[in-house]
Structure formats: C-alpha cells, structure tokens
Write a protein that binds this ligand. Sequence first.
Ligand code: SIN
Length: 319
Amino acid sequence: MFNAKKIQKVVVLGTGGTIAGTGSSALDHTAYTAGQLSVQHLLDAMPGLQDSLQGHELVCEQLAQLDSKDMGHATWQVLAQRCVHWLSQAEVDAIVITHGTDTLEESAWFLHRVLDSHKPVVLTCAMRPATALAPDGPQNLMDAMAVACDAMSRGVLAVCAGRIHSALEVQKVHPYRLDAFSSGESGPLGFVEQGTVRWRGTAPGPAVHTRTSCALTVSVAEWPWVAVMHSHAGADARQVSAWVSAGVKGLVVAGTGNGTLHQDVQTALAKAQDQGVAVRLVTRCAEGQIVGETASFQTAPRGLNAFKARISLMLELLG
Ligand code: SIN
C-alpha cells in the first residue's frame, strides 16, 4: 500500500514590531510606525523563501500587531497557547515568531519558561522598518527560517544580524545599530552564514527549568504583580512603600555592583519582605552576575537581568 509522506511544516507567528513597520520615507529609520504589515505580507515579499524552507510547508498566523514596547501578559498567554497548539502536532517541526526588538528578550524568556518542547521556537525581528531603503527584516527572517529548519536547533532561540542567541543570554544592547543584540560574556550560540547555520559549540539544549503551565491557563488578571526597581545614588525608598500599598506581590531590585543596595532601599525592602512581598536581587551591571551570598535578599537565578528575573519571579509566584 502506498503511504504518502506528510510534508513537515514551519509555523510563522506574527506579533508586529519594526520588522512589520512602515515609514513615510525610505531613508528615515526612526520616524516609522511598528506593527503595520501582516506576517503574510512579509513572507510574500521575501525573495528565495522557498529555498530557505528546505521542503517545509509554511503556515502563518497573525497573533498580534503591536510595537513590542506595548507587549503584555495577555499577548504572551495567547502566544504561548498557540505555540503549544502547533508544537504538539507531529507535522510541525518548528515555529518562527516575528517580534519587535524592544522586548524580544522578555518574550523569549517567558516562552522558554513555559513551553515544554525541544522543537525550535525562533524569534526574529528587525531594526529598520520594512519600507527602509535597505531593510534588515527579510534577511533576519530568512536566517530564522534556516535556524528553524536546522536539525540541531532546539528550544527558544533569537536570531538577529546573523547571530543566534539563547533565551537566557539574549539582551538588546543598542537602540539603533542593526546588530542590536548580545549574549554578553557567553557570546552567541552560533551564526547564520549565507543560509548555513554554524553552531559555536555543541548544539543548544533547552536549559533545565520548571515548567509553569499555569501561565497558559490562569487568567492574566490573576498573574501576580511583580515590579522592577533600581538602586542608585540618591534613591528614594518611598517608591517601595508606594508599591507595597498598591498591592505589589514581588519586587526585583537591580543593585549596584555585586548587588549592593542604598541603605534606605535596603531597609524599605526588608520591611516589604516582612510584609510578604517576594524580593529578588540582580546586578545593574551590564556584564557578569552577583557572586557569593548577599545580605538579606535572594539573588535571582542564573544571572538573569532584571526584566527576565521579573518574569521568573512572576511565574514562581503563580505557582
Ligand atoms: C518594537 O519593539 O516593536 C519596536 C522596535 C523594534 O522592533 O525595533
């Protein structure tokens, strides 16, 4: 009997961002509106798309159309639910997500924490709008397809400017240049060179972490409120009491140097902690992570930056 082999799929989920942005002048890279063109439009405009798909069929879905500065928990939940839906299908090999650069690292970390899949989920983006004279979106999307189709790819990854980053390390480090992301001291996981993926070391594996599936089902209105604050010269501890009075459930504080805090902030946070607010400490330094034990507050795990630590604490409090 003849068994037709099913064609494997790559699913592209659109969320907006500069990659889908349009401006009135091809030479202006700053005065444009993010999230204007559909993901289908972006794919239709890509020359050589079929080659990059390596025989995969493409399915695309528009999940949101926003500037990622406005990304919110409700969109994250829908995004995670759609990823779970698609990843559970045997004929789906990978997901590519088009996203704004501004909060890409947060969405990547959120998905890394809530998805239980070894199939690749590749976020990509652009620093120039689609209407720019030389947009970077089509190349980034093409590179993301190559990573999605690579047999070694696993877990949540970010692809921009020919570099592949892990959800753990990726961070936007520049407001303007095309290569706006860094993996800090670790360096990128690999590169995409003329459509070919080159991993720097062994293939990426999703790090061990707690799966927090309640984020997929619990109404976002019930997600615990976790805020981020910084310790700095002249810090005013009244912000801590204002948050506590307003009902905050967790605070991530970016401390100076090796996680030290202005004494007024230290005192206010200790009081907040006694009142039941969960406090996590990160360093505000751009590189490295807190070393050794700190006085009174738990250090966020794995050198997470403040914004990823906020997600981890929120998920932890969510249970
Ligand atoms: C956004 O994050 O949606 C706008 C900025 C960008 O994508 O570069």
